[in-house]
Each structure stands twice: as structure tokens, then as C-alpha cells.
Write a new protein. Structure first.
Length: 202
């Protein structure tokens, strides 16, 4: 049976400095970004920025599992406020799709609708975002596809972010998914070192 998936609303405000961009939430996600229990996104972010997002995420997940609707919304709002305080934005490249599983290669292209380039431009023009960190190769490829190719993506996002021509508007992080560590090509230490580049933008 196929799974119908929708992206969560973009998390950002006028002070956001960086955006973390994925593909589509995992079917294991609990109503918010990167809340699958196997994803290391929040742990990597906390280690990089010396923050405590994981505590907010755990409180939110506890509320999802045992709390009331009011408690869930309160915990989610507190997590979003914590992200705003660190000037972090979150979004996905896919608006909605059908999948046969949780991996990016299980997304059914014929059942996929992407988020629009105009919406990306609007967010960039209305915030202080100077870099988009794609959390997988798939997210990077889809971002470029949304803008009609790499060249267009770079030039249009540079303009929207008020960047110089020598400033790159986006890049790819080593994925927070556990699959990248399975075959030994990437170590925990190497991935953390890769994520440390975030600090120069926040």
C-alpha cells in the first residue's frame, strides 16, 4: 500500500539566517520535522551549536504519545520558538507525494507535487536567510529542479538573498539519516565535522 505524505508548514520568521531543507517527512515522523526516532538531525544540530533542541523535541514527542491536543500544540510552539531564537528555518522540497516506504528512492514521481520556486523566493526576500543547507542529495537535486536547473537556482536565490556572485546560496550536508553510516564510508566524526560549517552562518 502506498503512503500519502504532505510536507509540514515552513518554519521561519523575518530573522531566520539559515534554512535546513529536506525532501518530505518520513512516515515515522510525529507531526514535525525530523521526529523519526532514528534521525540524528537534532543531535547533530545541538552538538554543532551547543543548543538543547533535543530536549524540546523529546517534550513534544512525549506529548504526542501521551498528551492532549492542547499540550501537543503548546510543546510544538515552544520548539518553534526555540528555532526562531536561533534564527533557524525548516522546510521541505516536496509539497505532497505518494511513497512506498520511508526512503527518498521510494517516492513515486508521478504522484509528486513540488513546492514552488516563488514560495522559496518569498521566504528569502522576507527573511535574513543567507544559506540553505540541504539535508540530503535528493533535497539538493529537487531544489535545483524546482528552479529549473542548477544555474537558475544559484542566480535566483543569490538575488533573493542579496548575495554576491561569489557567494553560494545553498549546499549539501551529510545526511542525518542512519543509512549513511551503515557501510563505513562516513563516520560519526566525519559527519559532525561536515555539520560544523553551519556555525559560520549563525
Amino acid at each position: 500500500m502506498n503512503n500519502y505524505m504532505e510536507c509540514f508548514p515552513a518554519v521561519w520568521d523575518k530573522n531566520s539566517k539559515v534554512m535546513f531543507l529536506g525532501t518530505i517527512p518520513s512516515k515515522k515522523a510525529k507531526g514535525f520535522y525530523y521526529t523519526s526516532n532514528v534521525n540524528s538531525f537534532w543531535k547533530l544540530l545541538d552538538t554543532t551549536l551547543d543548543t538543547n533542541f533535543k530536549d524540546y523535541v523529546n517534550d513534544y514527542i512525549d506529548c504526542v504519545n501521551t498528551g492532549s491536543k492542547t499540550e501537543i500544540e503548546k510543546a510544538k510552539k515552544e520548539l518553534i520558538c526555540a528555532l526562531h531564537k536561533k534564527n533557524i528555518a525548516l522546510w521541505d522540497t516536496i509539497k505532497c507525494c505518494e511513497t512506498t516506504g520511508s526512503r527518498d528512492d521510494q517516492i513515486l514521481e508521478e504522484k509528486t507535487i513540488m513546492n514552488k520556486s516563488e514560495d522559496f523566493i518569498k521566504i528569502m526576500q522576507s527573511s535574513n536567510i543567507k544559506h540553505i543547507f540541504c539535508t540530503s542529495q535528493e533535497a539538493l537535486s529537487r531544489l535545483q529542479k524546482i528552479f529549473g536547473g542548477k544555474k537558475n537556482a544559484i542566480s535566483l536565490l543569490q538575488k533573493a538573498m542579496n548575495l554576491n556572485e561569489d557567494q553560494t546560496p545553498y549546499s549539501k550536508l551529510i545526511s542525518p539519516s542512519p543509512t549513511v553510516l551503515q557501510y563505513g564510508a562516513v563516520t560519526v566524526e566525519k559527519r559532525q565535522e561536515n555539520w560544523n560549517q553551519i556555525k559560520k552562518y549563525i
